[in-house]
Design a binder for this molecule. Structure first.
Ligand SMILES: Cc1cc2nc3c(=O)[nH]c(=O)nc-3n(C[C@H](O)[C@H](O)[C@H](O)COP(=O)(O)OP(=O)(O)OC[C@H]3O[C@@H](n4cnc5c(N)ncnc54)[C@H](O)[C@@H]3O)c2cc1C
Length: 528
């Protein structure tokens, strides 16, 4: 069963290794384990529902509690402390488009607002219920998970948009195909959520971003139904798929989505390489992506992240042996680790690896056997460590942005610097480190993790997080970064949107949302 106050399956936990706790104690100070509220305590605070009974709607307190928040750091604070400011008045579980339309009528009759809910893995407040006078009906799309059609000839598959990552890949695997979209939230997030938040998978370099995979679908909006046909290409004016991508549940509910699929790769390899320093590593990665070599993934850690990941791995003896071996190859304390993925036919993989290792080698890159496969094994594990760190008294969160290659050094320095200094006036420190997880011929995303001590209560912890998040967001906007490369806007990035889109751009987005949802029924307060 899913954890109600943290990430993932409640039966799965990865304790923080003692050696990792020692590193955190040394770098940010000893954590003070917080007292978490129990499920029973939080359930006792769920108020009576303001919605009339409806056959599609559950008003059970535990169901409402489990759909009240997403997975952002503020969501974690609220759930762990038990101080939840608002709950949905009910959660609906429609099974088809017709039932989704019936819910719009139900919301109108009850004066309610609707929040579409995919996997609830948003990290920017997308699915949160804000306190207010209008009742709130959260619409879980978990029953819309069927594979409706799969055409091998067209390489297209149509799914219910509430299908989760594992359900989708299982259905495709049974027919010899894959979508190849693997965000770190894969086990819980959904196809509809990926599309309307413009998500990125770890292997998007090879399989394409969700924008390239989403070819059409069906959107139920309060103003009517919009069907998006799957043409291979079309020149009929603006592409309506672009309106749905990034619409964050404000335009309508995507009930079906058609996606491009690929045959399962004959071979898939992941390699770990180490470079002597950041400058050489970054240049190698830029050259790799600009060379057009068919790779599925390039994920480059700075020297700081490389050192911290090794220190936090909980295997000090192995790390010692690795460091010794690397130093023989000229990689010392400034070493930067790259994970490089290749998927495809035997021949494609061999040829791509040959080219990639040649480029990497010219910049001093050294391949360490087995480490790439180890990364693959643990690729969805990191979020579980956030639960464990919280329980030991440390907060872990991330910020992400993107910019052109020439601006990467400036933006990286600015964001990391802002985070390191954000808690200085409170006498606290943040441990900060970055990797480039999605690269393009023109630039890269920057994904920065920060770790800090929890406060003595929820209010103090939230104030620390807010100081960190605000400092990083300001630095992004002031230094040529986007406010989000992959997590979307929700509520947490909304204040920064105008700086990026401009007043005219924002007004155009508002008008668009008004066309599809003139009464403002859907997901109020998110995106704009
Ligand atoms: C541990 C962790 C790791 C993550 N890793 C990544 C990553 O690698 N890459 C990445 O891009 N993101 C990542 N995320 C962020 C998150 O998983 C993505 O934003 C994801 O796309 C959200 O999908 P979801 O189904 O959970 O949507 P939800 O969180 O349920 O909803 C997100 C938004 O989409 C709307 N929505 C959902 N489904 C529909 C629908 N069918 N129709 C209309 N609106 C809908 C909701 O109203 C809401 O506004 C991560 C999050 C966590 C917690």
């Amino acid at each position: 069963m899913r954890r109600w106050n943290g990430w993932g399956d409640a039966a799965v936990s990865y304790p923080l290794p003692d050696s990792a706790a020692a590193v955190l104690t040394q770098r940010v100070g000893p954590g003070i384990p917080p007292r978490d509220a129990s499920l029973a305590e939080v359930l006792a605070s769920v108020p009576p529902s303001r919605l009339p009974p409806h056959p599609l709607v559950s008003t059970e307190p535990e169901v409402r509690l489990r759909h009240a928040r997403g997975q952002s750091f503020p969501d974690l604070i609220v759930m762990r402390s038990g101080r939840v400011p608002a709950f949905p008045d009910g959660v609906a579980f429609p099974r088809n488009s017709e039932e989704v339309r019936a819910l719009f009528s139900c919301a109108r009759d009850a004066g309610a607002r609707l929040i579409p809910y995919g996997g609830g893995t948003s990290v920017v407040g997308h699915v949160n219920v804000a306190p207010g006078d209008a009742p709130v009906l959260t619409v879980s799309l978990e029953h819309l998970q069927q594979l409706h059609s799969l055409s091998e000839e067209d390489r297209l598959a149509t799914f219910g948009a509430g299908v989760s990552g594992p359900q989708l890949e299982d259905a495709l695997r049974a027919r010899g195909y894959t979508l190849g979209h693997f965000p770190q939230s894969f086990e819980l997030s959904t196809l509809g959520g990926w599309i309307v938040t413009r998500s990125r998978g770890q292997q998007s370099l090879g399989y394409g971003r969700i924008e390239n995979l989403f070819t059409g679908g069906r959107l139920e909006s309060p103003a009517g139904t919009m069907v998006l046909p799957s043409f291979p290409a079309s020149a009929t004016g603006p592409d309506l798929r672009e309106l749905v991508l990034g619409s964050e549940g404000r335009m309508g509910i995507l009930t079906e989505a058609t996606v491009r699929i690929s045959p399962r790769p004959e071979r898939e390899d992941f390699h770990a390489l180490f470079f002597p320093d950041w400058e050489r590593a970054r240049t190698a990665v830029r050259e790799l992506v600009q060379s057009g070599t068919p790779l599925s993934m390039l994920r480059l850690s700075t020297a700081q992240e490389t050192a911290i990941n090794l220190a936090l791995s909980g295997h000090p003896r192995m790390v010692g042996l690795l460091s010794g071996a690397l130093s023989l190859w000229g990689v010392g304390s400034e070493g930067c680790m790259l994970v490089l993925g290749v998927s495809g036919s035997q021949r494609t993989v061999e040829s791509a690896e040959h080219t990639a290792m040649g480029i990497a080698g010219r910049h001093g890159g050294v391949r360490i056997p087995l480490l790439g496969q180890k990364w693959l094994k643990g690729r969805f594990r990191a979020p579980y460590l956030r639960n464990a760190a919280w329980e030991r008294g440390w907060g872990v969160d991330t910020v992400e942005t993107a910019t052109s290659w020439s601006n990467v050094p400036r933006l990286l320095t600015a964001v990391e610097g802002a985070l390191r200094g954000a808690l200085e006036d409170q006498g606290e420190q943040a441990l900060v480190f970055t990797h480039l997880s999605h690269v393009y011929p023109t630039g890269s995303n920057l994904y920065t993790t920060f770790i800090f001590r929890l406060g003595t209560d929820a209010g103090e912890t939230h104030a620390r997080w807010l100081a960190l998040k605000t400092a990083a967001s300001r630095a992004m906007i002031a230094n040529g970064g986007t406010i989000s490369h992959q997590h979307g806007v929700g509520t947490d990035h909304r204040p920064w949107l105008e700086a990026e889109k401009g007043a005219l751009g924002l007004s155009a987005i508002r008008q668009l949302l008004g066309t599809f949802d003139p009464e403002g029924l859907l997901n109020p307060g998110k995106l704009v």
